[in-house]
Design a protein around this ligand. Structure first.
Ligand SMILES: Nc1nc2c(c(=O)[nH]1)N[C@H]1C(S)=C(S)[C@@H](COP(=O)(O)O)O[C@H]1N2
Ligand SMILES: [Mo]
Length: 329
């Protein structure tokens, strides 16, 4: 497989989704906090054009890590934002996009607590403020057997972890989704135990690949994709990438993650993409790439081999050298 390494001098995915109007980062942060600010002419026209917060585009995004194979075309924006798993809305893949208008991602606060020296609850803009926004183009592989290639805009989770100064006793990071049954119709039912919880070992959370995303395709995240801030850990199955995060907690014990509670025989804590270990109901050896134009057999996308650790072995395999990934699924 041909691997293309993108250097920071290369052109960002701006070319993929040209936008007539870019809001700068300061404006995004202010939009996020609802604060009144002086707008530039471009920003005024964006507002006047009635761009919703979720349609606002970023300007000052540094091109970041993007290692793609020659068959890895970026998934069409339309597919990535209308084929979603977000059970807080509903279970159908098309439902989150249709119901997202019921959810108000702003204003937003993120609480950081547990075993750390600098706990606190911050408005989203204050939470993001010290960190650079970077574009990361990653494969996303769902345990159900579909995948996408998504250009995220996000901040380094490693930097976030270090900033709140975990204590020596902290071994894990627990991440929790917002709980608002009045806005999230799925939370009025009992499909899962709410709020949705995920967790990472601290050395996983500080791996350079892990990010907290606030945007995709150069724009602010839409509700169905986990607005206003979600995890992205591309070497793990999609369910680890918890959406609409309100709380980060440093813990000594491994957090009980939602899907491992729901179906302990099917889902574990690690959930590393592994083509050698099948899920009881889904093969993990192959996957279908959503929106894979030109590769259709009828209406079904051709399946392609799934890569060990979703193609990120070089970056993360060392984290698991002591583990039997068949047992620690
Ligand atoms: N809070 C929350 N986070 C979630 C989910 C969810 O239902 N609720 N679904 C997960 C699953 S199973 C996948 S595959 C990814 C899908 O992300 P996407 O819809 O942006 O492609 O989100 C994950 N994060
Ligand atoms: Mo998933």
């Amino acid at each position: 497989m041909l691997i293309r390494h993108r250097k920071s001098s290369d052109v960002a995915s701006r070319e993929i989704t040209p936008e007539s109007v870019y809001l700068n980062r300061r404006n995004f942060l202010s939009v996020a906090s609802g604060a009144a600010i002086a707008l530039t002419a471009g920003e005024r026209s964006a507002r006047a054009a009635g761009l919703p917060a979720s349609g606002a585009a970023f300007a000052n995004v540094k091109p970041g890590y993007a290692k793609l194979g020659e068959d890895d075309a970026v998934t069409p924006h339309e597919s990535a934002t209308t084929y979603n798993n977000y059970y807080e809305f509903a279970q159908g893949k098309d439902q989150p996009a249709k119901l997202a208008h019921t959810f108000k991602p702003l204003p937003w606060k993120v609480a950081v607590d547990g075993l750390c020296a600098k706990p606190g609850t911050l408005e989203l803009d204050a939470f993001l403020q010290p960190h650079d926004l970077e574009e990361r183009i990653y494969r996303l592989r769902c345990v159900e057997g579909w995948s996408m290639v998504i250009p995220w805009v996000g901040i380094s989770l490693a930097e976030v972890v270090r900033r709140f100064e975990p204590l020596g006793s902290a071994k894990y990071l627990r991440l929790e989704t917002v709980h608002r049954p009045e806005e999230l119709p799925g939370q009025r039912g009992d499909m899962l135990i709410w709020p949705y919880v995920e967790g990472l070992r601290l050395d996983e959370a500080t791996n350079p690949l892990a990010i907290l995303a606030v945007g995709m395709y150069g724009k602010v995240l839409p509700g169905q994709s986990g607005a206003p801030i979600r995890l992205v850990v591309p070497w793990k199955y999609g369910f680890k990438s918890v959406k609409s995060i309100v709380r980060l907690s440093f813990t000594e014990e491994a957090p009980h993650n939602t899907w491992a509670i729901k179906r302990p025989d099917e889902y574990g804590f690690y959930a590393n993409v592994n083509p050698l270990v099948d899920h009881p109901r889904h093969t993990q050896a192959t996957e279908r790439r959503i929106g894979d134009g030109g590769k259709f057999f009828g209406l079904i996308e051709e399946r392609r081999p799934t890569l060990m650790l979703n193609g990120y072995e070089e970056e993360v395999a060392h984290l698991y050298s002591d583990l039997d990934l068949r047992k620690n699924f």
